[in-house]
Design a protein around this ligand. Sequence first.
Ligand SMILES: Cc1cc2nc3c(=O)[nH]c(=O)nc-3n(C[C@H](O)[C@H](O)[C@H](O)COP(=O)(O)OP(=O)(O)OC[C@H]3O[C@@H](n4cnc5c(N)ncnc54)[C@H](O)[C@@H]3O)c2cc1C
Length: 461
Amino acid sequence: MLLEKLGEEKVILDPRLTKDRRRDTWVMSILDELQGNPPDSPRCVVRPVSTEDVVHVVNACRETRTPLIPFGLGSGVCGGVRTFCAAVVLDMSSMNRIRAIDVDDLTVTLEAGVRGVDAEEALGKRGLTLGHYPQSMELSTVGGWVATRSSGQFSTAYGSIEEMVLALEVVLPWGDVFRGRLTPRAAAGPDLKHLFLGSEGSLGVITAVTLSVRWRPQSRALGAFHAPTMETGLEAQRYVIQSGWTPAVMRQYDPTEAQRLFPEHTRGDEALILVVHEGPASMVEAERASCRRLMEEAGCSEAAEEAARKWLEERNKVVGFEPFLKAGLILDTVEVASTWSRISRIYRRVIESLRGVEGLLVASAHSSHCYRSGVNLYFTFAAKPPEPSKRGEVYWECWRRIMEATLDEGGSIVHHHGIGRVRKPWLPHEIGQSGVGLLRALKRALDPFDIMNPEVLIPDD
Ligand SMILES: Cc1cc2nc3c(=O)[nH]c(=O)nc-3n(C[C@H](O)[C@H](O)[C@H](O)COP(=O)(O)OP(=O)(O)OC[C@H]3O[C@@H](n4cnc5c(N)ncnc54)[C@H](O)[C@@H]3O)c2cc1C
């Protein structure tokens, strides 16, 4: 049916060609693959080049009750993509045109499969920037950002993806195309685009995204500070933000990460805060001076700004999980968030709890996204169980400890990576049974045959 309608170029059946569309970058899927147990190949991979193509695929899948898994570039880290033999993968990477750039309204309309760096390069030629720079800029698509509620490294000033999206085009599970109106704001009932922000492919296929963009900043300045303890540094960051300053970047590494990543700039057993200020030159200078004063008043002291330069230069270099998995380790990163009053306790509880795991080698964290009312924490764990076969068990034990300690202390189980498969067991604790009921009701109403990425996000009945 699909082959007849769309042709061989767009419908790929050969398992040798579809095999790199079987999973995202979730550690457990990589481990399974390394252990010779990869996810089953999908029935086929379809590469649409237009919204009309996507409508055909969605209609065909609905009529035949075939599960459909949207795929951006597979950089998700939560198991949002993991194929099985009944499924069709909808590879969005050929829908990669830039539909319009408007330099008066400061908007860009991108097809969902446009890669982050390509969007940024096209905007850069016009003196513009997205202001959204996830570490996976080269590895992810605009549609993927919306589907996972992504957050970029400069979000403290520029906001996360939900603050940039002005309008979406979405193919709904019954084949209609929803096109949001291009407006900076409307009070036309609930904002329907928010149904798809974070929907992880389970409620429809995002085919185009209009983002509000910005002129490239006139000026940039850097700062770095030693914080005697994690708590002191978090308090210092709170003072800065709550005083009305919004540095583009304000990150704090705990002593373990500071020593590992910035040994030459770290003082003893202290935490390290890095700051990037961007904007009009006069604002940057004022923000830098005030930030320095507030940090010092809070008990931090100035460090070499070279540390922030190093972070800027190296921030997107990633080693990836494979070499560690091949060396017999199990590891992952887990981001959570909370209000300022709870965040230090969450940090202590999680680190302490992880230390009780058999074979644990690393338990560390940094903060990277600040808000007036709170901040995130991004934990890293690595362990080497005595027997490699125990890695799955140890993995889930680490996740359980992080999730439970965070929830016990009143935090939120996720900041920006999404739910996918890995966080599904804890979602009911995050949103409550009424939240789960609401999510299931939405899913039933929009996708009654459960064709859209059926195994992710929504807790099983
Ligand atoms: C090295 C590395 C660094 C990262 N850094 C960051 C970071 O700084 N910030 C951040 O937020 N995330 C980060 N991530 C996570 C990841 O890049 C994001 O979740 C990203 O948004 C996923 O985009 P993708 O196009 O690769 O989507 P995929 O991984 O292909 O898909 C992710 C989910 O979205 C769904 N989906 C994808 N496209 C569509 C569509 N068009 N319509 C409907 N559903 C769709 C999929 O079904 C899946 O459930 C990082 C990942 C890696 C590996």
